[in-house]
Write a protein that binds this ligand. Structure first.
Ligand SMILES: O=P(O)(O)OC[C@@H](O)[C@@H](O)c1c[nH]c2ccccc12
Length: 258
């Protein structure tokens, strides 16, 4: 199973990272001129669905998505086209991401930046802060209830917001019990890669009104956006269809068309 493989790779690389940079050194690197941008404010809008645009070179299901990949240029282009937030893959082995891509996106735009990675250790939360993230992704499928609770607390205590990702009702219940405020419904099953945007509709019904909802994965068309807006979702997280488009500007216009 791919998720197990990713977690295993992560565990191995984390050991090395921690050896090279122990936690106390990492903590001393947290920028003091940190400009915090509110992820939740950016994605809760009155009149429309917010767009969280993702910077992702490759994925385990598609391989390389974008050949001439210039993450800084993409971030600037996203900002120019008024996306509401940017998500950056920082996982290096399967998604060919990098922490620097996130720092660059933050420094060269004015929107909040979400760190997309497989967080399985509190070290990575401090790391997210050190590289200048505003929010982190926490994936229910790779965490226990105890870990999720602890990680939400740590993140909150250092001013990071959490997008808690679920893909079924069981996971949703645990996430809500742990105090998740922003729920990401993944339309892609991370083990089979199967995408079903109606997953959002099924899970949405069980989410209390005061919780912020993000629909993630497989969002490709203006119909998808309309469908999600009618469901009452706050934001759409879009990667592949923007990354694979020959023009990001045109694709965003097409997605937003009323
Ligand atoms: O590229 P897509 O189908 O538009 O999906 C974006 C995003 O939802 C996806 O990259 C994602 C959702 N959850 C994740 C967890 C880890 C890595 C990646 C992801």
């Amino acid at each position: 199973m791919i998720l197990d493989k990713i977690v295993k790779t992560k565990l191995e690389s984390l050991e090395q990272t921690k050896e090279l940079k122990p936690l106390d050194i990492l903590l001393s690197e947290i920028p003091t001129d940190y400009s915090h941008r509110s992820f939740s404010n950016a994605i809760v809008l009155k009149d429309r669905l917010a767009i969280i645009a993702e910077i992702k070179k490759a994925s385990p299901s598609k391989g390389i998505i974008k050949e001439n990949f210039d993450p800084l240029k993409i971030a600037v282009e996203y900002e120019k086209n008024k996306v509401d937030a940017i998500s950056v893959l920082t996982e290096t082995t399967y998604f060919l991401g990098n922490n620097q891509f996130l720092t660059d996106a933050k420094t060269n735009t004015t929107v909040p930046v979400l760190r997309k990675d497989f967080i399985i250790d509190s070290y990575q939360i401090y790391e997210a802060k050190a590289i200048n993230s505003d929010a982190i992704l926490l994936i229910m499928a790779i965490l226990t209830k105890e870990k999720l609770s602890a990680y939400i607390n740590i993140a909150t205590s250092i001013g990071l917001e959490c997008l808690v990702e679920v893909h079924d009702i069981g996971e949703l219940e645990v996430a809500l019990e742990c105090g998740a405020q922003i729920i990401g419904i993944n339309n892609r099953n991370l083990n089979t890669f199967e995408v079903n945007i109606m997953n959002t509709e099924i899970i949405m019904e069980k989410i209390p009104k005061d919780i912020i909802v993000v629909s993630e994965s497989g969002i490709k068309s203006n119909e998808d956006i309309k469908y999600l807006k009618d469901l009452g979702v706050n934001a759409a997280l879009i990667g592949e269809s923007l990354m694979a488009a020959s023009s990001i500007e045109k694709k965003l216009q097409e997605l937003r068309e009323l």
